[in-house]
Design a protein around this ligand. Structure first.
Ligand SMILES: Cc1cc2nc3c(=O)[nH]c(=O)nc-3n(C[C@H](O)[C@H](O)[C@H](O)COP(=O)(O)OP(=O)(O)OC[C@H]3O[C@@H](n4cnc5c(N)ncnc54)[C@H](O)[C@@H]3O)c2cc1C
Length: 466
């Protein structure tokens, strides 16, 4: 169908103010945060801004009848090209549909529309002493719809896991325009094992099965106390070994982060006043709970980490905690600044491996960096084995781009070889789909059958996941 005709039909349906078709506007939608879309931006034919389930239904029916692709989009902070119209079509921008419809504090749940920003939701929930624990680094930008579609997590996944266990039910507009509710969307319960779990299927489906239009979220009481421990290691192997020993001592921190020597140097070059100790690795443990339990757990961590670390500091003082955490909070920015003529790219950035293999993996990544002549800054959520490697390149140099793509491929293969996965939290999207068979084998065929049952015309976000 011609773009002019698409524009006319969509404008009739939704009103002109909810439709974009000017090239300049569409260009904005040809990127997300992935390196892939910097290399190959893809412009959609139109962008729509639905503000009701009926709006979404109308657009879906139109797309279904005319065989037009639909690509859902939240805030576009994804690192995988997931919300990009790589095969053309209509981008459905859900970021402006940001109503918190109901906070049922008594039953510890909340109902939101997909465009609510994660940090905004937690600010509202804090008024009731509640919170929604997954905490992506993009919390102030990303939408709840995007988090559900990607099963996002972050620093606190060690104790609180990812988005998925908190999703009680969903409203979903299917590719043919029908509306279904899954799980506990209609029931106000926390437990619900009635029927095949379509909620679980939708969470992490990356926009290829339907449009998530309403979300019932379980929230939990906000911990009243917090503490931070920093442990400094001269031997890289001692860092993961300490993480495992802390678990064996019966302590489950809310987060455990690692900065290896490359990240320590990047931070100190970027902000010398932070002055992180020169070391092979630094671990940061975050503990939360009530004040006595936090103090107890902090003391155990100090004792356990002290067996291997050069130094360990534990603090519950808010000012000191901020100072201890500052190195980690600026790592991503610091990584982008290690080279005056280059920047950090999001590619090969999200592997997850068993904790016991973290040191070997980091050493192997360093060797790959040397092999391809590319600087890499390593940091991440060691508490669940999720390592963020940040290659730093000059993206304007085609030869360097070619080298980094080979490097990234080897990092992905390395993750699988180490008994891990190519992505711990950012998702597959367009950038990692070539590893689907390698990671899942025959199961990919069953994934494809599920996709076909939901979306027989193949119009939902094509070119993603497998
Ligand atoms: C600085 C930075 C830090 C980050 N840190 C983390 C982190 O710690 N942990 C983490 O998990 N991720 C992180 N991310 C990645 C990203 O923020 C998350 O994946 C986030 O959940 C994406 O949300 P979004 O609203 O931006 O979604 P988008 O990028 O717009 O879309 C992501 C995917 O979801 C689909 N989608 C969006 N909305 C819907 C909907 N309503 N229905 C169906 N499908 C939909 C899209 O089609 C796409 O496939 C980070 C990104 C950045 C830039």
């Amino acid at each position: 169908m011609e773009q002019v005709a698409i524009k006319e039909e969509l404008s009739k349906m939704l009103g002109q103010e909810k439709v974009l078709t000017e090239n300049l506007d569409l260009m904005y939608y040809s990127y997300d945060s992935s390196f892939l879309t910097k290399l190959k931006p893809a412009t959609p034919d139109a962008v729509v801004f639905p503000r009701s389930t009926e709006d979404v239904q109308q657009v879906m029916k139109f797309a279904w009848n005319n065989n037009i692709n639909i690509i859902p989009r939240g805030a576009g902070t994804g690192e995988t090209g997931g919300c990009i119209a790589i095969e053309g079509g209509i981008v459905m921008d859900l970021s402006t549909w940001s109503d918190i419809e109901e906070i049922d504090a008594m039953n510890m749940q909340v109902i939101v529309r997909p465009g609510v920003i994660h940090a905004d939701l937690n600010n509202e929930l804090a008024k009731y002493n509640l919170f929604f624990p997954p905490d992506p680094g993009s919390s102030k930008m990303c939408t709840i719809g995007g988090m559900v579609a990607n099963n996002a997590s972050g620093l606190r996944a060690v104790k609180y896991w990812s988005t998925e266990p908190y999703i009680l039910g969903l409203e979903v507009v299917m590719p043919n325009g029908e509306v279904i509710t899954t799980g506990g969307m209609k029931a106000r319960t926390i437990k619900n094992v009635s029927g095949i779990n379509l909620t679980k299927l939708m969470v992490g489906s990356e926009g290829i099965l339907g449009i998530i239009t309403r979300i019932r979220i379980r929230c939990i009481p906000k911990p009243s106390a917090r503490g931070i421990a920093m442990a400094v290691f001269d031997n890289l192997d001692d860092a993961p070994a300490t993480v495992l020993e802390v678990y064996q001592a019966g302590i489950l921190p809310s987060g455990i982060e690692i900065l290896d020597s490359s990240a320590i140097h990047a931070v100190n070059d970027f902000k010398p006043e932070i002055n992180l100790p020169n070391a092979e690795a630094i671990l940061l443990f975050e503990v939360d709970g009530n004040p006595p339990s936090v103090e107890y757990e902090g003391q155990v961590i100090k004792e356990v980490a002290g067996k291997r670390a050069r130094e360990v500091e534990w603090s519950t003082d808010p000012v000191r905690m901020t100072q201890l955490w500052e190195g980690r909070s600026v790592t991503a920015t610091a990584a982008a600044r290690v080279r005056p003529d280059g920047t950090r790219i999001f590619a090969g950035e999200d592997i997850s491996i068993p904790i016991s293999r973290v040191a070997d993996t980091l050493r192997a990544i360093r060797s790959l960096g040397k092999k391809y002549g590319i600087q890499i800054v390593n940091y991440g959520h060691i508490g669940d084995g999720n390592v963020h490697s940040a290659p730093v390149i000059n993206p304007e140099n085609p030869e360097e781009v070619e080298r980094v793509l080979k490097l990234v491929h080897e990092i992905h293969l390395l993750a699988i070889e180490m008994g891990g996965t190519t992505t711990g939290e950012h998702g597959v999207g367009a950038v990692r789909r070539s590893y689907a068979e390698l990671e899942h084998g025959l199961a990919v065929e069953y994934m494809k059958r599920i996709k076909k049952a939901f979306d027989p015309h193949g119009i939902m976000n094509p070119g993603k996941v497998f």
